[in-house]
Write a protein that binds this ligand. Sequence first.
Ligand code: ADP
Length: 596
Amino acid sequence: MKKKHLFWLLLPSYWLLTAVAILVMAFYTFHSMSNLYFQALEKDISIRALLLSEQVAPLVTDEKFSEIDALCKKIGATANTRFTVILPDGKVVGDSNKEPDTIELHDNRPEIKQALHGSSGMDIRFSRTVRKEQMYIAVPLKNDRQETLCAVRAALPMTDINSELGKMTRQVVIVSILTGLLAMGVCVYVVRRITTPLLGMSSAARQFAEGDFHHRIPAQQTLEFDQLAEALNSMSEQLNQTLSSLSEQRNEQNAVLTSLDEGVLAIDKRERVIHMNRVAGEILGVEYTDAKSQLVQQVVRFANLQEFIKSVLGSQQPLQRDMCLRSDDEKQIQARGTVLWNAEEQSIGALIVLRDITHLRHLETIRSDFVANVSHELKTPITSIKGFVETLLSDEWNHEPDILRFLEIINQQSGRLNSIIDDLLILSRLEQKKGRVLSEKVALAPVIETAIYLCQLQAAKKNIQISSICPKDLEFEINVPLIEQALVNLIINAVKYSENDKKILILAEKQHHQIVIYVKDEGFGIEHKHQDRLFERFYRVDTARSRKLGGTGLGLSIVKHIISAHEGSIRVESRVGIGSTFIITLPLTASANPGA
Ligand code: ADP
């Protein structure tokens, strides 16, 4: 709908009001004036009738009708008034305009009827005698006994009063039109005084909306407009302050994000870039200042990272993935992604944090190669030391007891060293595979059975019973020797860290798209503070006990590597004195396949 200006909305109503007021005033004035005229005329005619009645009174008593008629004619001509004298039987005995004999009986005239009844009467009507509209007033002439002797009537034409009224109407109309025009002008002035400040304020508000907060609305003459102007001015000031502090905050945030060592990429739900910092631009090889509002596919040209961003946008959980970005050079990055929520807890996009771990990976490779090389180098001398010590301990040699005791210590320690080197070599091999393991689709139940079988001897020594529950049809892609090794490590730990006569249960089941394996014991349990660090190399809860039991401190670390190579995860739930449960989660179809 087309909007009207306030000016054109107010003005017609003001005009209408003024017109109605003027019309009412004109009508009232006209009415009062015409009443006044009528009353004055009525009074004038009455006085004329009374004056004549005084003069005709003696003539009526003496019945001198011809003199009455002559008097009527004489005074009528002088006063320019029609006079008539009528007897109670209606007979006209005197008339200023006609001969009484020629006039019919007048007793049916309303004013005369009333006068003959004793009170004065009045009527306005067209007179056939003078051919004009006339006002007639008849007064009774009474004797001493209050009997009506006759009626004396005076009449004047209405022409004068009508022309006076016509004149007055014209004047009232002219004055009304002039007043109306003046009032219209005044209305225009008043409406302008209302709308002009409003126009000024609306243009100021437009300037505020365009960001010009320095503009000020001047003080207004009316209280209400002045208050409105003040309110708008203070609103603009507050807006200015809020916007300044917001832009300050944004600059601070930008400064923080820009100086971060990690790349930050914020994406909205339509996969458009909301923000990209400098480091993200360097990692992705794009100009970070141009990235805003672009589609993520235009900014990120790496299929694996695009796919990761898509999975973050579609997931409720934070995700993390290491990946290689191949362009002119090869970059190893660690990508972490989480869904972005707004204040109403609705997802509005995703935040991706990218860390360049190429250098870290390089150092890890150097370290891993070093450990592998050292382990290899140590393996040969330690194998020969162990061999010679075992030979010296054989029955062929008859050693002194002390020498025998020393040789046994050397044998025990070189055995420990050998185990450590074996575990280190396993770890190095796993690391060199860099997460890629050769997998085959097999049933899980036999793998668990073999692992239990391999631990049976050690369990029997402590009378520990190992049982398993695993659906026979539970099949999925795994590297059998590695999963077997992981299960053996966990079962051996469960045996090592349990009292005699306890029980161990291995339970495997399918949950959604995952396989979950529980290795549950009734052993000593692990305090909560150790649980996070358990899978670190050489981390032991009780070093002395571990050493005594022949532990290397590398068992759980190997398990963790094996599970990671299958893209799975491992965690522990444990309570001291009650027991521990190691929980392995593996995806039903592992994507990391060829390579080893
Ligand atoms: P270790 O060769 O010492 O057993 P692991 O890496 O296999 O090394 O285990 C690390 C530490 O975790 C162990 O020293 C032990 O203290 C603790 N641990 C592992 N498994 C269990 C278990 N089932 N119950 C109690 N403690 C355990």
